[in-house]
Design a protein around this ligand. Structure first.
Ligand code: UDX
Length: 434
């Protein structure tokens, strides 16, 4: 089977490489020539463990190729995945112009039956719209089906998530398309992955519902942390105690500076917007978004309070900048809101991140780039843990004490044992722990 993956962003590239790994011929198409050139040279434009090796191997073995020629890709493939970006428009709604462009090309170019699959997270009803655009652009009517097949990949473990997913969601009302999708995912049937087969609209909704619910868990525990701080309770243990109830589950109950990344902020805004478009206010999700915004403000306050309330002339060392570990992705990272606020109040920020340095420097004026944790800590009044990269989990406290000017640690991810840091001679402040 030949498939065409349109858009070699994060989702498109991971999905394309993984299908090639399944033995399917995949041609990846993108209109950005530099990206395609880079991939042809075996270089992957994003940071994802295992991806570069997988891309190189499948390219070498002839199952994975890259081109800017969309028509070529469409003509030679039975299945066309649309994995292009759906940026957030000014009003919070997803901007579908790229999806629509691809649909138009498919209509104009196709000469036989196609299965057109949306991978991009799109508003409910986009599947129908894609079908209409394809139909409107065909010279002579040709058969095709539209499928919604949302992705649930986490950055940093995307390959594992693709190869061993909790579930695969396939939305289509066509049996023919369903059979094609089953062939595509045959290796996952073998390992007994649950498949949710439904219509296009429901599949589209499952994606939003999942992300909005996960974001809700995070905002919930962050508010819990804020209350814990006031009453002297420990949010880590509250989360543990709650999470052991199987109806709740222990995942995504980690208090911190709020969620970031390319999905949660965008998808929560989008579903709130979709609801509004249908004259419904999704009040829970609206609150989730507001709490997340407030949490960032609170973290800047926390850092200021840790230093006595006044940041003028203070030096703050920040470990980690990306929205989570094991990615170079800075999109919607809490650091982008917290650090500029700290700098506005008069502090100098010295920062180190294992992968996000370059982009962070572009996005935050005034940040001092450092080479490692201890370099960042030099002369600092306070050390802030922003992103819980593994390499920050075992810091040499004695060494830090020597290089720092002050002795304050603000742990925004609750990764350190309070007693241990305090024993090392620091004032230790975390999120929602006494
Ligand atoms: C997410 C979804 O998990 C994935 O299913 C979807 O397809 C895309 O969006 P991703 O954005 O890669 O994946 O990151 P994820 O690991 O889910 O974390 C999102 C954010 O939430 C991060 O900023 C993380 O730090 C934060 N988070 C997560 C918390 O603050 N607390 C938690 O308990 C969990």
């Amino acid at each position: 089977m030949n498939i065409c993956m349109v858009g070699v962003g994060y989702v498109g590239l991971v999905t394309g490489a993984c299908f090639a790994e399944f033995g399917i011929n995949v041609v990846c198409v993108d209109k950005v020539q530099e990206k395609i050139d880079m991939l042809k040279r075996g270089k992957v434009p994003i940071y994802e463990p295992g991806l570069e090796e997988m891309v190189a191997k499948n390219a070498r073995e002839g199952r994975l190729s890259f081109t800017t020629d969309l028509e070529e890709g469409i003509k030679n493939s039975l299945v066309i995945f649309i994995a292009v970006g759906t940026p957030q428009g000014n009003d919070g709604a997803a901007d579908l112009k790229y999806v629509e462009q691809v649909a138009k090309s498919i209509g104009q170019t196709m000469t036989d039956y196609k299965v057109v699959v949306t991978k991009s997270t799109v508003p409910v009803g986009t599947g129908q719209k894609v079908a209409e655009i394809i139909r409107a652009n065909q010279e002579t009517p040709l058969d095709f089906d539209v499928v919604s097949n949302p992705e649930f990949l986490r950055e940093g473990s995307a390959i594992e998530d693709f190869m061993r997913p909790n579930r695969v969601v396939v939305g289509t009302s066509s049996e023919r398309a369903q059979a094609v999708m089953r062939d595509l995912y045959a290796p996952l049937y073998l390992i007994e992955t649950p498949f949710v087969l439904t219509n296009v609209e429901t599949a589209e909704m499952i994606k939003y519902a999942s992300n909005a619910f996960l974001a809700t868990k995070i905002s919930f525990i962050n508010e819990m942390a804020n209350i814990c701080e006031k009453v002297g309770a420990d949010v880590n243990l509250v989360a543990k105690g709650m999470g052991l109830d199987r109806r709740i589950g222990s995942k995504f109950l980690h208090a911190g500076p709020g969620y970031g990344g390319s999905c949660f902020p965008k998808d929560t805004e989008a579903i709130a917007h979709i609801a509004k478009d249908h004259d419904y206010r999704f009040r829970i999700v609206e609150a989730v978004i507001e709490v997340n915004r407030d949490q960032r403000r609170r973290m800047a306050d926390k850092i200021a309070q840790a230093l006595g309330g006044d940041l003028q002339g203070k030096v703050v060392a920040c470990l980690g900048l990306t929205f989570k570990p094991n990615t170079d992705d800075m999109r919607e990272s809490p650091s982008l809101a917290i650090l500029p606020a700290v700098m506005r109040r008069g502090a100098e920020v010295r920062a180190y991140d294992p992968a996000g340095m370059a982009e962070a420097m572009e996005k935050m004026a005034g940040l001092v780039a450092c080479d490692n944790s201890y370099h960042a800590a030099e002369g600092a009044d306070c050390l802030v843990l922003m992103t819980e990269w593994n390499q920050f989990r075992n810091l040499d406290w004695a060494r830090l004490k020597q290089v720092m000017r002050g002795k304050v640690v603000v742990d925004l991810r609750n990764v350190y044992a309070p007693e241990k840091v305090r024993q090392a001679g620091f004032t230790y402040i975390s999120v929602g722990r006494p």
